[in-house]
Design a protein around this ligand. Sequence first.
Ligand code: G6D
Length: 336
Amino acid sequence: MFAKVESQSNGIDLIKIDNEETKIVFTNYGARIVSWKYDDNNIVLGNVVEADEFYEDNPYNFGATIGRYGGRIANATFELDGKTYVLDANNGGHNLHGGPKGIDRRFFEYKIEEQVGQVKVIFSTTIKSEDDYFPGDIDLEVIHTYDVDHKWTIEYKAVATEKTLFNPMNHVYFNLNRDNNVIDNHSISSSKLDMYLLGDDNIVKDMKPLNLVEVFNAESVQFKDIFNSESPVLKQQMTQFGGIDHPFDIGGQEMTVENKHFVLKVYTDMPNIVIYTFNDTAGWESDFNIYKAHSGFTLETQYLPNDINLLGNDAPSILEANQPFYSKTSYKISEK
Ligand code: G6D
C-alpha cells in the first residue's frame, strides 16, 4: 500500500491511497473522503474533485468532516450550565452541520504515516468559539486510516478549553450499485433498527423510536420497503421528507448494508447513525449536479441530533473542559 499526494492550484491536496483492487482518496479540504473505488466501481459520491479544478461548493457535504456538532440543534439555541447559547441559524431556524463556519469548508493541516498494512492521514485544526458561538475552543485531530482489508477508519481526538458540545461525524454518501442507479435496492440490517421519528423541520420528535424489525417482521430491510411502506407512521414520514433523514439506534456497534454485489460493514462506538437517502437533490444549480433523489445514502455516526435540547444535562454530546474526546468509526467494503 502506498499514498501519493497531488496538489491542485487552489490549495486542495488530493491524498491518493492505492490498495490494489480498492483505491481511496482524501483531501485537506474539510478532511474529506473524495473517492473510494472497488475496481472501477464508485462506492461513494462526489468524486468530481478528481479533476484538477475547484471543488465546487456543493450543499450536500460529500464526504466532509462535520462539526463541531453534526446534526440539527433546534432553533439554533441551547442551554448549558444555566447559560443560553445562540448559534447561527443556517437551516430554517436551526443550526445544522456546525453552522455556516463549520469545519467542512476549511483547510486542515495534515501529515501522512505509511505503516505496515495501513496508511494514516492525520488531519488537524482548531475550532474557535468566535467562529461558531459554541463555548470553548477545540483542538481536533481527524485521523483517516486505510488498511489492507479495504477498511476505512475515522478517529476523532479532541480537547476543549471550556465545557461545550462536541458531536462530529463524516458526511460520506455511499452507493454500492455498479451502475450507480438509485439505492432503493440496498438492504440494511443490524441487531436493532430503531428509527427516531421526525417532527416538522427534521427535528427528532421524542425519545420513542419506531422498531423497523417489528414493522417489517424481518431483520434485514430494503430501503425501498421503507420508502413504499403502508405503515401509516412510515408513510407519513416518507411523504414528508421524501425518504429517510432519520437517526437510528442500531442496538450495538455494527451495521450491515448490502446489495447483490457488495457488503458494507459499519463499526462504530457512537450510539446513533443518521441515515439520509439524499432526498433533496434539486437545490444545487451546477453542471456537477448529476444527482437524482436516492442517488446515495449517508451513514452519519453520531450522538442523537439535538440531544442537548432533548436530554439537557444528560446529553452525551456534552464535553467537559480539558477531558480528551475519542471516537472511532470504520467502514469496510467487500465483494460478494
Ligand atoms: C443531513 O439531515 C441532513 C439533511 O436534512 C440535509 O439535507 C443533508 O445533510 C445535506 O444529512
